[in-house]
Design a protein around this ligand. Structure first.
Ligand code: NAD
Ligand code: MG
Length: 384
């Protein structure tokens, strides 16, 4: 059966991995919409290759270039953030939400409102919107399948079991490129060092998040909304080899883990084929070659991000949206060379203190909090 597919954030790392799987199973998919922020030449190339119905660039100033690149192709083009939302609202059978940051929230919500399958990579959207998003999923009968490797692992380990039987869920963390760095060395870490991840090849923002451990912090909040077992049952463990992608411990004493190579095509394939399975070209897991799997507790002194994220999740309401927005702005300032690496967590901590946890009732409420937290963090970054 041919299914229709849209990829929001088609030109990114997750977009490329998704389209690589589609390329290998071309006859199974009809591509509806592909979107990008500003890389119109990449977007146009993908739109032609996959005979997309629609290509959308979020940066409206790039629309003429996109129109020119797709002239004569018969592919519809559009530009601007609202056009990305409308593309998502086309209601493909499967929408891969792979935009980075809260910029992906409104499009992801629009896809959810169509009631299809949402394969979610864009963790910032869920972290920011929390119950506003999970309530929309229920209301519209949508299916939210996590692509984030840890959450996909947990989803697989939970399959068929009641959350009541779960004693704990453990998210594994590689620890990032600075896992073994001293606090002193961390304060001098450069953007080039931060984006060089030992195990995974990812976009710049998530690579920095992995270095600060905010990625694991966001993932803790993501898990809290996807698998509501209670925050006290959600744990984090550092596992440098990134082979065990996460674990679920049941009350009967069984712990189920999902293992695999560090290749995002594995969790993406799991979501695309769900509830079935599909082949991927990923290297088989060679445990004898890997030799050892090691685990250790996270160090929240050097990496306060997971502690801040847990506090934000406990506070609830719009506080996770504040944490996410402050982190996005601080990461951008770090990448631009404006603030030191260790200021990222310091600024998030400071901005979190400026907000009370009023629960957002709608997407508009979440976006308002997001905008206010961004403005506060920008002021801080500018005065740094
Ligand atoms: P990336 O930077 O490689 O790609 C981001 C995509 O979003 C691009 O297509 C870009 O054009 C688009 N985009 C960026 N800003 C936009 C905006 N303002 N409006 C519309 N589109 C915009 O990022 P990535 O590594 O592919 O990550 C995408 C998402 O997946 C993130 O939320 C990330 O946390 C999550 N994720 C990524 C990985 C990974 O291995 N890369 C793993 C797990 C989760
Ligand atoms: Mg992850």
């Amino acid at each position: 059966m041919v299914r229709s597919l849209s990829v929001l954030g088609a030109t990114g790392s997750i977009g490329a991995s998704t389209l690589d799987l589609v390329r290998r199973n071309r006859a199974d998919w009809r591509v509806v919409a592909l979107t990008a922020n500003s890389s119109v030449l990449d977007l146009a190339r993908l739109a032609r290759e996959f005979s997309a119905e629609l290509a959308v660039v979020a940066d409206e100033t790039q629309l003429p270039a996109l129109r020119e690149a797709l002239a004569g192709s018969g592919i519809a083009v559009a530009g601007g953030p609202q056009a990305v939302v409308e593309a998502a609202a086309r209601g493909a059978d499967v929408t891969v939400a792979a935009i980075v940051g809260c910029a992906g929230l409104a499009p992801t919500m629009a896809a959810i409102e169509q009631g299809g399958v949402i394969a979610l990579a864009n963790k910032e959207a869920l972290v920011s919107a929390g119950e506003v998003m999970t309530a929309a999923v229920t209301r519209h009968g949508a299916t939210l399948l996590p692509i984030d490797s840890e959450h996909n692992a947990i989803f697989q380990c939970l399959s068929g079991n009641d959350l009541d039987h779960v004693r704990s869920i453990t998210l594994t963390a590689s620890g990032g490129p600075f896992r073994d760095w001293s606090a002193e060395r961390l304060s001098a870490a450069t953007p080039a060092e931060a984006v060089r991840h030992p195990n995974w090849d990812m976009g710049a923002k998530i690579s920095v998040d992995s270095a600060t451990m905010f990625n694991k912090g966001l993932e803790l909040i993501e898990a809290h909304y996807l698998f509501p077992v209670g925050l006290d049952r959600l744990r984090i463990i550092v596992h440098p080899q990134s082979v065990v992608h996460s674990m679920v411990e049941y009350r009967d004493g069984s712990t189920l883990a999902q293992l695999g190579p560090s290749d995002m095509r594995v969790p993406i394939a799991s979501a695309l084929a769900w509830p079935g399975r599909m082949d991927t070209p990923c290297a088989p897991l060679d445990l004898a070659a890997i030799g050892e799997l090691t685990f250790r507790a996270p160090d929240e002194e050097r990496f306060p991000a997971t502690r801040l994220a847990r506090q934000a999740a406990e506070a609830g309401g719009a506080i996770p949206a504040v944490l996410n927005a402050a982190n996005e702005v601080a990461v951008a300032a770090f990448l631009a060379g404006q603030i030191a690496f260790t200021r990222i967590a310091a600024q998030v901590d400071h901005v979190l203190g400026c907000f009370a946890p009023a629960p957002p009732a709608s997407l508009a409420d979440v976006l308002a909090v997001d905008a206010e937290a961004r403005a506060r963090t920008r002021e801080l970054a500018a005065s740094a």
